[in-house]
Each structure stands twice: as C-alpha cells, then as structure tokens.
Design a protein around this ligand. Structure first.
Ligand code: B12
Ligand code: SF4
Ligand code: SF4
Length: 314
C-alpha cells in the first residue's frame, strides 16, 4: 500500500471513531524553538516543572518515541454553552464538565493505534498521547494543516474555532503528510489580548502562565495571589475568556454531541458553599471522574473560597 492510500485509510478510521479533524505531519525539529526556550527561561511555566523536564523532547519530537516518523493529529470537540450566572455558584471551564478527557479519549485513541498497527507489519509502532507527555500538540496540529496558532496561543480551526482537544498518535507507518496551515487568520484583531482578566499575555502568542486563571485554579498549588484573586471573578476552575471572545468561536463553535465525554450541564456551575465544605469521599464521588480531580479537593476548596470572597466584594 502506498503512503497516500494508508493516510486516507487512517483519516477515515479517525473520523469513524468520532474525531472531528485529522491531519498528518512529520517529526522534524520544532521551527518555533525560540518561543518555547524563551518562555521557559523567563519563568512563564511557573511551577509546571514538567514543562522544563520535557523541553528537549518538545523541541525534537522525533525523540519522543524512538523510530517514529509521523504524527497523526486529531481534534475532538468539547464545546458546550455556559449557563447564566446564578447566586452562590462558580463557573467551571467548558472542557471540564464531563469525564476527564485523558480517560474518555483513551478508548477511541487505543482503537486508532490498533488500526494504524494493523496497516503495517510486526515492526509498526503507534503510540497515542493526549495532553499528558512531551508532545508539542499545537505546533504539530498547525504543521498537520489543522489550523493556525491564534494570538491567544490556541490552535484555531477555521471551520470550528478552538474549543477542542488535540491528541496525537506517533507512528513509523509510512503516511503521506499534509501541507501546514500557513495563514494567520487573526489579522488586526486583538479581542483576546484585551479581554484577558489578568493581562496574562505579555505579547501576541506569549502567555505568562503565572498570571493565567487557568494555571492558578488548576495547576498551581499555593495560595492564589491576592492581586489576582478579584480577576478570577466567579471562575472556580479554568478559564475560557480568551476563547469566548474570539470571533472564530462566536461564529463557528457548535455544541459537542458526542457521548464520549459524558458532558453534564449541572457540572458547569458548582455550589460554592458545598464545595468549600465538601468531604474527601463526597469530592471523589462527585468529581473524581472529571478534570477537577487534578487540583483535587484541596485545590477546589481554595478556589471556592476565593470566588466566595469575590462575591462578597461586589
Ligand atoms: C502547559 C499548558 C497550559 C498552560 C500554559 C498555556 C500556554 N499557552 O502555554 C496553562 C495551564 C496556562 C494552560 C491553559 C489552558 N489550556 Co493548556 N496546555 C498546556 C500544554 C500541556 C503545553 C502547552 C505548551 O507547550 N506551552 C508552552 C508554550 C510556549 O507553547 P505554545 O503556547 O503552545 O506555543 C508553541 C506553538 O504555539 C509554537 N509557536 C509559538 N509561536 C508561534 C507562532 C506561529 C506563527 C506558529 C505557527 C507557531 C508558534 O511554538 C511554541 C512552542 O512549541 C498543552 C498540551 C501539550 N502537550 O502540548 C495543553 C493545551 C495547549 N491546553 C489546552 C487547553 C484546552 C487549555 C485551556 C483552554 C484550559 C481552560 N479552559 O482553562 C487553557 C487556555 C489558555 C491559553 N490561552 O493557552 C489544549 C489546547 C487546544 C487548542 N485548541 O489549542 C492543549 C493542546 C491540551 C489538549 N491536548 O487539548 N495550558
Ligand atoms: S485562560 Fe483566561 S486568564 Fe488565561 S490567558 Fe486566557 S483569558 Fe487570560
Ligand atoms: S480573538 Fe482575535 S486575535 Fe484573538 S485568537 Fe481570536 S481572532 Fe485571533
């Protein structure tokens, strides 16, 4: 089978498995090496030490899985509408209102790995990653033709916007590659940069995590800095502001209809008093299967206290 036919089969199978977009690229060194190196050197990863540990592999994606030569990059829509504000509740980012995507997407990704192996021989490798691991996912997605890197640093697909997960299967199967997405469709727009509640963009396409509400509420373990707490407003987990304002999302984002993520409308807003006082076992039962498990009970209680404080101030 030639590389073009193999690529077509892989793409068809990925779509059958529920992925929205699929593209293929090679694993040559990252052309935007300086962007990552400067970001790390300037401390913008904050306490995400894994970003420093993964540096060399992110810059040389061919070193992630020895022998791999191709990335099959797929996207999976998670868009759903925000409920209106309601007294005593905190807002959860759109991606987190259902099953943790690492586990939810492992089922279709394992099937895609198996399919890719079935097209090769005994030496064919295929290893899937979603978020976990040193894979420069947005960079590879742009190189696989799936969209451009917006000024908010998100990968934006001109047909659907940016509310999707990216996953990657690294393989040595001979697959025809796609043309990269070269255009920058942001133009003169800067809505995301101006809307960020904490001014976390130091320049276009550069985000200082230490100022980002997503980082502070999900990844950061200490106390939320007092100067940033009011900007969290009612956001108790993650932040979507720089995507909500993006015209490409306003125009093209469609609610996800997949059952894979098991999105639950009641997880979009959480009662803050209950959360601030929740027991360990109740937290596990209610949120242990969702992305809220990452900050865990302690992190979510901390976030709830901050939002309750913000509510009292207004
Ligand atoms: C660390 C991390 C974070 C950090 C830092 C975010 C950041 N902007 O760097 C924090 C905790 C703040 C974060 C927040 C969020 N994250 Co996050 N995060 C990651 C992670 C693990 C690494 C990102 C990274 O490498 N950052 C370092 C910086 C330097 O890299 P970068 O901004 O991506 O830039 C690279 C390229 O853009 C390229 N580049 C730079 N300039 C240019 C210019 C041009 C023209 C081109 C072509 C390329 C290019 O070079 C850079 C180096 O590789 C990825 C998963 C992964 N394994 O890659 C998910 C990931 C980026 N996150 C994701 C999501 C969904 C989010 C949130 C929306 C979650 C939320 N609702 O709260 C927010 C969005 C905030 C934002 N605007 O980015 C998705 C993004 C999907 C998409 N459509 O882009 C990813 C891909 C996870 C996934 N598998 O789906 N995240
Ligand atoms: S996720 Fe929120 S805080 Fe972070 S850069 Fe975007 S708008 Fe700013
Ligand atoms: S809001 Fe405007 S500048 Fe920001 S990513 Fe979207 S199109 Fe680009």
């Amino acid at each position: 089978m030639n590389s073009r036919s193999a690529a077509k089969l892989v793409k068809d199978r990925a779509r059958e498995l529920g992925f929205d977009r699929v593209g293929i690229c090679d694993l040559s060194p990252a052309p935007h090496e300086k962007a990552l190196v400067d970001w790390l050197d300037n401390g913008m990863a904050g306490e995400m030490k894994y970003m420093h540990r993964q540096r060399d592999k992110r810059l040389r994606p061919a070193d992630i899985v020895p022998g791999a030569t191709r990335a099959v990059v797929v996207t999976f829509n998670y868009y759903n509408v925000d409920p209106p504000s309601s007294e005593g509740t905190g807002l959860v980012a759109k991606y987190a209102r259902g099953e943790d995507y690492h586990s939810a997407l492992s089922v279709p990704l394992t099937a895609l790995e198996e399919y890719i192996r079935s097209l090769g021989n005994d030496d064919t490798i295929a290893k899937a990653y979603v978020d976990a691991g040193p894979v420069p996912e947005r960079e590879l997605a742009q190189r696989a033709g799936l969209g451009w890197i917006g000024k908010n640093t998100m990968l934006i697909d001109p047909e659907t916007g940016s509310f999707f997960f990216i996953a990657v299967v690294l393989t040595n199967l001979e697959l025809e590659v796609d043309a990269p997405f070269e255009a920058d469709r942001c133009g003169s727009c800067r809505l995301c940069l101006d809307a960020c509640p904490t001014d976390a963009f130091t320049e276009e396409r550069v985000l200082d995590s230490r100022l980002c509400i997503s980082y502070l509420t999900i990844e950061y373990r200490g106390e939320i800095p007092q100067g940033l707490a009011p900007a969290m407003s009612d956001r108790v987990f993650g932040c979507d502001v720089c995507q909500d304002v993006c015209p490409w999302n306003k125009k093209f984002a469609e609610p996800a209809d997949s059952e894979v993520l098991n999105l639950q409308p009641e997880l979009a807003r959480i009662n803050l008093r209950e959360l601030a006082e929740i027991s360990a076992s109740d937290f596990d039962d209610r949120y242990g299967w969702t992305p809220l498990e990452r900050p865990g009970r302690e992190g979510m209680r901390r976030n709830a206290e901050v939002v309750l404080g913000n509510r009292e101030r207004v």
